[in-house]
Write a protein that binds this ligand. Sequence first.
Ligand code: FES
Length: 257
Amino acid sequence: MKKYILDLTVKSVEQVHERYVLVKLTSKETLPQMLPGQFVEVRVDGSATTFLRRPISIHFVDYQQNELWLLVACIGDGTKAIGALKSGDVLNCVLPLGHGFTIASDNRKCLLVGGGVGVAPLLYLGAELKRQGVEPTFLLGARTGKDLLMLDEFRKYGRVMVTTEDGSEGEKGFVTNHSVLEQEQFDFIQTCGPTPMMKAVARVARQKGIDCEASLENLMACGLGACLCCVEKTTEGNLCVCKEGPVFNIKRLLWQD
Ligand code: FES
């Protein structure tokens, strides 16, 4: 896919959690096509400690409003600078990058499993699945109820199940403990979140013989396959997550534990 370097205009920055902001960006030009699971590399201006672009998942693309949504965890100086942007500011982005999720069709029963800020790409994935006539089930995990992000948006595209570690919302425990995995049969699992969570999800998928894709969150710098800092060992040797992924079928990963 063709890549673009665009100066996008900040339409709004909404604090959706004490650590997360939802940034809506727009452009005078029509936004290019982007696929669920792809990401953007954002240039952070005005931060003395942030030299490299920051990779951020595409949370949603609203083509009617010509908006790109980014759900940003404001943890380091770079992402905090993004969280401090104001309406009208300009954010320079390289996009769309990487290889995204497979869009299932043919009535496959899809389970989208996310944790933490890893839920971000699942919203756009769910919307695209619904557009293809496949209504997904979202299984979203967090430490507490107040750490569950964007639930009302997810509910627009499918059924939403949640787990929390403290039991304050949904079922208590981790996503892999949720009863839906015992009670229902799924054809396809797609997951994004912390690596231990994704490995646990992959283990369940393998045990049940369910096809599964995971979006890896390896450290990235260039985002273009040039610096090799994002390499993952796979069944095909070392692959750059930024270029060959971030989404991989788990059969290609050496996650056999
Ligand atoms: Fe540079 Fe992947 S981030 S090669």
